[in-house]
Design a protein around this ligand. Structure first.
Ligand SMILES: Nc1nc2c(ncn2[C@@H]2O[C@H](COP(=O)(O)OP(=O)(O)OP(=O)(O)O)[C@@H](O)[C@H]2O)c(=O)[nH]1
Ligand SMILES: [Mg+2]
Length: 549
């Protein structure tokens, strides 16, 4: 197919490239390869697929490695040149405390090389204590350490990670079709969330020069989850660091002090994936067997289901659906049609699962019973979407997968009425629904895409803030941070020098950000909804609007 069909307006395929960090990251890259569509895409000589997974230790990379091997074989069988894809896995070794120290001591040189306008702070000291105990292999890694390990391998020694990013970008640059890059990680894990903040800056702003949409995919924890380094409290700095990238005003406030290299690297937007709905549905299962094994299975099934549903969605229609879907979310539009999202740049991507084979209703039972169950679980969407009550937006897109003989008008109406609660009244709110089918007869779920979300709309934000506030120890709080630590800034704490501002300076000097601390806390008055944000932004232009008869 040609790049652009002028008669139908149909676009060319969009190639998807994926960077996965931490365990979730690796499994998401694997899920992409498993879809089958990626190899179909590579039938086109202009197409390429690039995958890179980075983690500390290789304990969570075996499946991806194995699957990548099988993927190459399948390409060979289909006589698709295998050099159209590149999938690499990097399992970093935990450096010793002394090795890490060497890198930390040289950090200013690194930053100066990266960014000539970097302010050479004479007070600089490593943000980790000299006697820092390193996490054991396979243990969850605190964010502040994950950041140091990332930099150790990106800037220091053989520059392993910089070389990996170069290879990744080289492969993207060789692609002759439009590309999108997905950056996968868990918002709850230490390694992924600790490394992503620097890695995505390097990828998007340094290596790609902001030319290609880089889309962040942050997976949210669920209620049955195990705790990772920092526990629930660590999610507070994680959300704030990402929010200070996504929200234009906060991002300006960071750039005002630290320069434009800190411009939002997520040029294609940011999707947060709640897992609670799937967890609730998939954990209502048999009570037999060994509890710990059963529990492990349920968690595994939930995560895999979310991975699969998401990746199956993004590969649809050769990536075109994702590209089009990001447009109403304020990204991937042409410059003249783009509008600002202000504090509402987050998008929720909720995988709502309605059925679970063998639970509550069995194959062969009347359809009415099936629909009753599905209808009930549609009703649970607001309970587990991760959004606060009262949230409103102007656009929702939902793609429902279900057997053709099951989905009917009753279910459709129920879905519309439940999601309608999130929409602005009347013609200001738009709901787009599409339907697809799954290869088995029992699976029914919706992918619900909700743009226009502020961090303060996330129930997880306040839960994390409460947990963070319980912590009194300053060092413990520091370990939950990552993004600006090397610049001396603890983002989620109050500036000491500048009244009412955020960013406590580690060295007691004047490192800070021009963001009110109340906005970090989520206490500053926010916008009412996305329409209000955009309305204010275009107000001066609206005066030039010409009426027609
Ligand atoms: N969707 C999905 N979620 C996962 C997967 N593996 C773990 N999670 C979730 O991610 C969170 C833990 O993050 P991980 O990705 O395991 O952590 P990490 O980035 O490797 O960082 P560490 O804590 O240092 O191990 C929990 O909320 C898990 O439920 C996965 O394969 N898919
Ligand atoms: Mg891990």
């Amino acid at each position: 197919m040609s790049l652009y069909h002028s008669a139908t307006g149909s676009q060319s395929p969009h190639c998807i490239h994926a960077l996965g960090i931490g365990k979730t990251g690796a499994y998401m890259v694997e899920a992409l390869l498993r879809t089958g569509e990626i190899e179909d895409m590579l039938d086109d000589p202009r197409a390429r697929f690039t995958g890179l997974a980075v983690d500390i230790g290789e304990q969570d990379m075996h499946e991806l490695k194995e699957y990548a091997g099988g993927f190459t074989q399948r390409l060979e069988e289909r006589e698709i040149p295998t050099d159209r894809h590149q999938v690499r896995t990097v399992a970093l070794e935990t450096p010793s405390s002394e090795e890490l120290r060497t890198s930390l001591n040289r950090w200013r040189e690194y930053l100066k090389m990266e960014y000539p306008r970097y302010y050479w702070n004479p007070n600089y000291e490593p943000w980790l204590p000299a006697d820092m105990e390193m996490p054991k292999p396979g243990e969850s890694c605190p964010r502040a350490i994950a950041k140091a390990i990332y930099g150790h391998y990106y800037y220091g020694g053989d520059k392993t990670l910089e070389k990996e990013l170069d290879l990744f970008v080289e492969s993207i640059n060789k692609t002759k079709l439009p590309s999108m890059v997905l950056v996968f990680f868990s918002l709850a894990g230490g390694t992924g969330s600790g490394m992503v903040v620097d890695m995505v800056r390097h990828l998007s702003n340094v290596k790609l020069g902001r030319r290609i949409p880089v889309i962040g995919i942050g997976v949210l924890p669920f209620s049955g989850d195990e705790e990772h380094a920092g526990g629930t409290a660590a999610l507070y700095p994680v959300i704030n660091e990402i929010d200070c990238m996504l929200d234009d005003e906060k991002n300006q406030g960071v750039m005002a002090v630290w320069g434009d290299l800190y411009k939002n690297p997520f040029t294609g937007g940011f999707l947060a994936l709640p897992q609670e709905h799937s967890w609730q549905r998939l954990s209502q299962y048999t009570k037999t067997g060994v509890p710990t094994i059963r529990d492990g299975l349920r968690k595994g099934v939930t995560r895999k289901f979310v991975d699969d549903s998401f990746t199956r969605f993004v590969v649809q229609d050769y990536g075109r659906l994702l590209f089009k879907m990001l447009r109403p979310a304020g990204f991937t539009g042409a410059p003249h049609e783009r509008n600002i999202s202000g504090d509402r740049a987050w998008t929720i991507y909720d995988v709502a699962k309605y059925t679970h084979p063998g639970v509550e209703v069995l194959p062969g039972e009347p359809r009415g019973k099936w629909r009753e169950v599905v209808g009930k679980w549609i009703g649970y969407i607001p309970k587990w979407s991760g959004l606060k009550e009262g949230f409103k937006t102007d656009y929702i897109e939902v793609n429902t997968v279900g057997p053709r003989e099951m989905w009917n008008d009753t279910l459709q109406k129920k879905l519309e009425s439940v999601l309608g609660e999130y929409l602005l009244d009347g013609d200001d709110g738009t709901l787009v629904t599409t339907n697809g089918e799954f290869f088995d007869e029992l699976t029914c779920y919706s992918n619900i895409v909700i743009p226009g979300v502020a961090k303060t709309d996330l129930t997880a934000f306040y839960a994390a803030r409460d947990a963070y506030d319980q912590i009194e120890d300053w060092d413990t709080k520091l370990m939950m941070h990552s993004w600006l630590l090397d610049l001396g800034v603890i983002l989620s704490e109050q500036s000491i020098r500048f009244d009412g501002m955020a960013g406590e300076c580690i060295w007691g000097c004047a490192c800070w950000v021009v963001v009110p601390h109340a906005a970090i806390r989520g206490d500053a008055p926010g916008s009412a909804d996305i329409t209000e944000v955009q309305g204010a932004h275009i107000a001066p232009m609206v005066q030039t609007v010409v009426p027609t008869p």
